[in-house]
Design a protein around this ligand. Structure first.
Ligand code: MN
Length: 447
């Protein structure tokens, strides 16, 4: 790893490895999303191979309540992955041996505990190294035989969308080693989904193709137009068939208003996990589905390579994919409600507001207006917002907008410039939307 990984990180990792080797039992905490579950799986496999006993707990977020759980867990050695950056000072003040492998925005460095985070070495943890990247680097520091787990690390990278516009930083190093050691194969991306075309085109929401996604007859017609029989998988297609099918899809996407930049993101490179018969995004979806369905343990087992959990996890994921595409078809037929500077939809009858919001923004929305998803199933109502890079260039900052406007209605909001969430009392949603519309207008005008 010398020369490829910052010296300071190498030192932290080898100190962390020494500390973990000195314990028989380790308590592991991680995040419940794809990156967090990947990280937990990598650490679990590493500890298992090192003959350690361990227990894993997944958190939806790290907050004061969960910090109390960590403080009182009774273990002498604790590993925290894909979480921890925001509580590093409190963790540093604890008495246990603690290893934190995170990539979120740093507040400060640790003085006593072992803290690895790309931001500490001038590497952007938002795009160039995720929780699973740091976990894998720790794992191979424990034992170089653990390089096979680079496959699981790539599910984490895909989960945090760090591969969308090409790999960067530490992820490039992982890919090079993964390819060299025969665990990963890089493929150019495509607008065509991988796997059986009848099934996958029906389920696709990345991209959502109007009249094809969620529409069996539409899928059959598209394949017929491309001169492809119904039984084919992506891998079966000739170069000529691939070109025909992807041009037809591109025409559809253009007609429904999708931007070229969004299509390029869809056609990102894929990372095939050799011997697993899937790519990194497929594994990521399985782990994410388990984590978010409250069966994170099954997700961790799947990440550790348990065949049965992989199959069950894929089923769970498929069920939610069917629901998402059905919800998306319903939303598309209703259309987005247009205001002057924003567009919005109500998805109170669906648990996928955030996902629908992202798909709608990229695939069917007006590319100039941020998209807001409203879920009034509970009080306070849940809100999601998604923008486009082009909107950010014009002055839109959803992190600020959601924080300030939610706050005006007695709610709370925040996140990233391009994607933020929040909540406000259900009764004030209509006024909230009006105020948010004005607020985005003010952001655009101040540029
Ligand atoms: Mn992460």
């Amino acid at each position: 790893m010398e020369g490829q990984v910052p010296i300071k990180l190498l030192n932290t990792l080898s100190k962390a490895a020494d500390i973990v080797r000195g314990h028989d039992f380790i308590q592991v905490y991680s995040h419940y999303d794809a990156d967090g579950v990947s990280s937990a799986s990598i650490i679990a496999k590493t500890l298992l191979r090192a003959g350690k006993e361990f227990r894993i707990t997944l958190f939806t977020t790290l907050n004061d309540r969960n910090m109390d759980i960590i403080r009182n867990c009774g273990a002498e050695c604790i590993i925290i992955t894909d979480l921890g950056a925001s509580y590093i000072d409190q963790l540093d003040a604890m008495e246990q041996d603690i290893v934190v492998l995170d990539h979120h925005t740093i507040i400060s460095d640790a003085k006593r505990i072992c803290y690895a985070n790309p931001h500490l070495y001038g590497i952007d943890g938002m795009v160039a190294g995720c929780g699973a990247t740091m976990s894998l680097l720790f794992s191979v520091t424990m034992d170089e035989k653990n390089w096979d787990l680079v496959q699981v690390a790539f599910a984490g990278t895909a989960g945090d969308r760090q591969h969308i516009n090409g790999l960067l930083g530490l992820n490039v190093y992982l890919k090079e080693e993964g390819v060299k050691r025969g665990y990963i194969e890089e493929f150019p991306g495509s607008l065509i989904p991988s796997g059986n075309l009848m099934t996958e085109l029906f389920l696709t929401t990345d991209p959502y193709i109007r009249g094809v996604s969620g529409n069996t007859e539409g899928v059959a017609q598209l394949l017929k137009d491309a001169g492809i029989t119904n039984d084919k998988t992506y891998m079966d297609l000739t170069e000529e068939e691939r070109r025909r099918l992807s041009s037809l899809i591109a025409v559809r996407l253009t007609e429904q208003g999708m931007q070229l930049s969004s299509m390029q993101e869809v056609a990102r490179n894929k990372y095939y996990l050799k011997g697993m018969n899937m790519d990194a995004e497929n594994l990521s979806a399985i782990l994410n589905g388990c984590g978010r369905s409250g069966i994170g343990g099954m997700g961790v087992a799947a990440g550790m390579g348990d065949e049965r959990c992989l199959v069950l996890g894929a089923e769970v994921n498929r069920e939610s994919a069917v629901q998402v595409v059905e919800n998306m078809v319903a939303l598309d037929s209703k259309g987005l409600n247009q205001m002057e500077h924003i567009q919005w939809f109500d998805s109170s009858d669906s648990g996928f507001t955030g996902m629908l919001c992202g798909i709608a923004m990229q695939c069917i929305g007006d590319a100039d207006k941020p998209t807001i998803g409203v879920n009034r199933a509970n009080d306070p109502a849940n809100l999601s917002s998604r923008g486009m890079w082009g909107q950010l260039d014009k002055g839109v900052d959803l992190s600020v907008a959601m924080r300030e406007v939610c706050d005006q209605f007695g709610g709370a909001g925040g996140g990233h410039k391009i994607a933020a969430g929040g909540s406000v009392p259900a009764a004030s949603v209509d006024d909230f939307l009006k105020r948010l519309d004005e607020f985005i207008g003010e952001q655009l005008a101040s540029r």
